[in-house]
Design a binder for this molecule. Structure first.
Ligand code: BGC
Length: 432
């Protein structure tokens, strides 16, 4: 069984570098090399699956149409772990890219180190405070200043279902965890793999967080993973989360070889597995495979999480540089990303929904429309929760500690839910 290191382990090491490195990053020698690039942006991202590349193409073309050159800096690996490692080595060697896909708490960590360009000029001129939902604008700011521009809203608590396989097994699309286990048992009895799951720790945590949301509900989910309340992390309800999580393992063809999330999506499309727990970037992949989401492959809220919305917001941050031309290109990119036309085209390809509520969803598939509806309702009912697996809930240090406990538990032969909950509380306490 392959066990990779969690997202945050490397982050912790590198982000603890001192301010001296920030200074070296901005040394004049480095700046002159960057100045030569003119109106070009070098963009680091991890959008390398088919649907993701289609979305990145939209961004590239929108910039090129305005005379801004695009230097692609794509680092494969869903969840962005490898991309973050590469970004850190470029940044600490004094040569960061102009723009990088950075999100959630990472923005605070990079902001604190002084690397990021202040975007207030564009944000004020274009009224981002009024344009963006507060839950999103808050994430984009470091100490009250915009340091990133949001691209989209992904919903993470989705279950993707192959309806033909469900029918073959006489299974019903599940709307609760209990119903999920009934369906999974029927599928297994019919010789069908119930759940496709790739091999990365973040994919296992994606499954874990959906179960946690179903068992804990949004209030206790936030208490546990945002407020880091020890009694929630080590409490009885968390024991139940681990119990349900490990019960799922028998319905998953746990991989011994590396497998991407997009390979798991392809298994559902090709009838090799009935379901996948995954954010709606999976939908970009389905669309790229010529499938109609909501019809060929169904999208339903992860069982037991109807009415809740686990958000993952992709965003770009820009690295400081003394060249005015360079800054102009960064500001143009930030401006472009929030234009209604870009928001529509990009999100149609990516599987996510626009961050602006005033963008028309005409032509979007039923899953995107359901996602937009769920987001609005969750804003009103306070049932929006940040994704733990995607780095939106807590710092990279705490996230790494949680990933370790969750993935060790998932792969352990003698997984003990009570011990796991206690370990979780202890690990978070020492990492925070
Ligand atoms: C990103 C998505 C991406 C997914 C898989 C997530 O961390 O937010 O945009 O599609 O990883 O690569």
């Amino acid at each position: 069984m392959i066990k990779k290191s969690p997202v945050g382990t490397v982050r912790k090491l590198t982000l603890s570098f001192t301010a001296a490195l920030v200074v070296s990053c901005l040394s004049p020698a480095v700046l002159s090399a960057e100045t030569d690039t003119g109106g070009e942006v070098e963009v680091l991202h991890w959008w390398t699956a088919k649907g993701e590349m289609n979305a990145a193409d939209v961004l590239q073309h929108s910039l090129e149409q305005q005379g801004i050159g695009w230097k692609n800096f794509a680092i494969a690996g869903g969840g962005g772990e490898s991309a973050m490692t590469v970004l850190k080595s470029r940044a600490v060697s004094g040569n960061p890219p102009s723009a990088a896909q950075l999100k959630g708490d990472d923005l605070q960590e990079w902001g604190m180190l002084g690397f990021l360009t202040n975007l207030n000029k564009v944000a004020d001129a274009e009224h981002w405070d009024q344009l963006l939902p507060p839950v999103i604008s808050r994430i984009m700011k470091y100490q009250g200043h915009y340091v990133a521009v949001p691209v989209n809203i992904h919903r993470v608590n989705w279950l993707w279902v192959n309806p033909n396989l469900m029918q073959q097994a006489g299974a019903t699309v599940p709307d609760s965890l209990d119903a999920f286990f009934v369906a999974a048992e029927k599928l297994k009895a019919a010789g069908i793999v119930p759940v496709a799951l790739g091999s990365d720790p973040w994919q296992e945590v994606t499954l874990f967080e959906s179960i946690a949301l179903a068992v804990l509900g949004p209030v206790d989910y936030r208490r546990a993973f945002v407020e880091l309340d020890m009694s929630q992390l080590g409490g009885d309800k968390m024991v139940e989360v681990f119990r349900r999580f490990i019960a799922m393992r028998q319905y998953i063809d746990v991989k011994t070889k590396a497998m991407e999330w997009s390979d798991a999506s392809a298994m559902v499309v090709h009838g090799e597995a009935a379901m996948q727990f995954m954010g709606d970037w999976a939908k970009g992949e389905l669309t790229a495979m010529g499938k109609l989401p909501g019809q060929d492959i169904l999208c339903i809220p992860a069982p037991g999480t109807q009415g809740y919305f686990t958000y993952n917001i992709d965003s770009f941050a820009f690295f400081k540089n003394n060249s005015a031309k360079h800054l102009k290109a960064q500001e143009m990119m930030a401006h472009t990303i929030l234009t209604p036309d870009f928001q529509r085209q990009f999100n149609l390809a990516k599987g996510s929904i626009p961050v602006r509520h005033d963008v028309s969803l005409a032509g979007f598939d039923p899953c995107s429309r359901a996602s937009a509806e769920a987001f609005k309702n969750s804003e009103v009912h306070n049932t929006l929760v940040p994704s733990l697996s995607q780095g939106l809930a807590t710092s990279s240090y705490v996230q790494a500690a949680i990933f370790d406990v969750v993935t060790d538990f998932f792969h352990s032969k003698n997984a003990d839910p009570e011990q796991a909950a206690h370990r979780l509380a202890r690990a978070v306490k020492s990492a925070r």
